[in-house]
Write a protein that binds this ligand. Sequence first.
Ligand code: G6P
Length: 367
Amino acid sequence: SMVEKAGHKHFMAKEIHEQPGAVGLVVARNVSADRSRIASPADALPWDRISRLMLIACGTASYAGHIAKYWFEGLAGIPVELDIASEFRYRDHPLLGDEAAVFISQSGETADTLAALRHVTGRVQATAAVVNVVESSIAREAGIVLPILAGPEIGVASTKAFTCQLATLAAAAILAARMRGRLDKAAEARMVAEYIELPRLLTLALEDEARVAGIAQDIAAAQDVLYLGRGPMFPIALEGALKLKEISYIHAEGYASGELKHGPIALVDESVPVIVMAPRDALFEKTVSNMQEVMARGGRVVLVSDAAGIEAAGDGVWRTIRMPDCAPWLAPVLYAVPAQLLAYHAALAKGTDVDQPRNLAKSVTVE
Ligand code: G6P
């Protein structure tokens, strides 16, 4: 009913709009009372004694892991291997024995993720579960639990669980950086100050919904859509494409911007919207040149960027979505929002069943 959906048409819309509050709870639970440092249950992991970190998940949760890989490598200097659970469990994987393995799952019941956890239990130094449902099998069997505190997520396509997974993993990465001696007190306090801005920034990211909905109307008419991103925005490109496929049934592919030349550019013509996720960070100029290659072939670029990025991109961009300025390392959390909104409004335009898309299940408990 509309009551359960708090006045929204769909659970997905409700859950998208719950993100500032949900992420706000994660932030509140993961920083010290004086807001100077991270305080996360991830401190039970032996961060200073692991040779590498393994991140294992399925679907949207695996894209959260993919973004976290940039954080754990870049902030904490830990070599990270990211695996899709269904691949990991059947691969011959030489384990050193001193790894930590982190399993990310909204439901905590995904069959492949649970099997992958069982596969490494006793063969690595530590295991952890980043879960929403803390009474789940994965939470029970993992060594430690990092709850994402998202509250019930009903829409099949994951939204608030994704940003709460990201906020949980971001805190863990800062903590790991401190425990590995890579972050002094002042640097940690600066990162925490950026981190606690997330709820406010998410609120701003949700403000432009009407404009995003208008762009989604145009995208709904497309047969194929490309999503591009570089660095930590690459997994957001993958997530944007997955969301579009899942609920609007539009064929979409996410690519690392630098891979454009190695295949997907062959698909580009006037009929293919190319959504570019590109805050004005250190990689921005490179992404702009990829964008120009798309525009030179008649491709319609939707640029999702901050004010400086939109200004710098100049003419020729078909549509823009303006995001608030933020610390570059946190941009993926914010840029998840337009990816969700574009998929949601494209699905509305097409009249698909947003909360119960065909052939999909909320939790895949069989192989
Ligand atoms: C299904 C859902 C996705 C989810 C994936 C992993 O495919 O439709 O939204 O990302 O399972 O689920 P989990 O509960 O393990 O995060």
